[in-house]
Design a protein around this ligand. Structure first.
Ligand code: SF4
Length: 201
């Protein structure tokens, strides 16, 4: 939006860690006179989303070149700039309301339990990829680890642990399959005796 509308006093930022830094700087008054912040949770926007296979910078530069070519060829790129400008003037891209800080909840009211949970949180965090992709809904892997300890998320909510979610049911399924396919085999294919007394299936 910032680039398309060539907005003055605007800032486009991507990646949750960078967004947090920018928001903190705005709150502290270090960054002033910013009318509009365009924030993308994934690095470089959608091209840096989880499960994207191409290098994020190569993809981003390809898109920029594509836009330049379209502009040079005077081919109308989608969406129409006038439409974007109209939506911007209608404050369509603005978040309404004020952000209120949420009080930090302790890991547990009981101090001994809270210490134990803290260690558990660190242990979980160590097992995570630490890439802060945000695909689980938590802004960082550390906050996700905290959510797991608090019982507000499951370890398999991390997309990198997703295969584990299917592992146990698939094991059960394969055990069931082996059990019943063996039974049906023994029922449908009874052993036969040859004339010479040998047993065949
Ligand atoms: S816990 Fe997993 S899904 Fe969540 S931010 Fe970290 S890597 Fe991404």
């Amino acid at each position: 939006i910032c680039r398309t509308l060539r907005l003055k006093n605007s800032l486009a930022v991507s990646g949750l860690t960078e967004i947090l830094k920018v928001f903190n700087d705005i709150e502290r008054g270090k960054l002033r006179n910013i009318d509009f912040v365009e924030a993308y949770s994934c690095a470089q926007g959608c091209v840096g989303g989880s499960l994207t296979v191409e290098n994020v910078y190569i993809s981003y530069n390809k898109i920029l070149k594509l836009i330049e070519n379209l502009e040079f060829e005077q081919i109308k790129a989608c969406p129409d700039i006038r439409e974007v400008r109209k939506l911007y003037s209608q404050k369509y891209f603005f978040i309404k309301g004020k952000f209120e800080p949420r009080p930090l909840k302790p890991l547990d009211k009981d101090l001994a339990k809270a210490i134990k949970k803290r260690k558990e949180k660190e242990h979980i965090y160590e097992s995570l990829p630490k890439i802060d992709c945000g695909a689980c809904g938590a802004p960082t892997c550390l906050t996700f680890a905290e959510d797991v300890v608090k019982g507000e998320a499951k370890l398999t909510d991390c997309i990198f642990n997703l295969p584990q979610r299917f592992k146990e049911p698939s094991q059960d399924f394969s055990e069931l399959f082996n059990k019943y396919s063996f039974r049906s085999q023994t029922k449908s294919s009874p052993k036969k005796q040859t004339k010479k007394g040998k047993t065949i299936k």
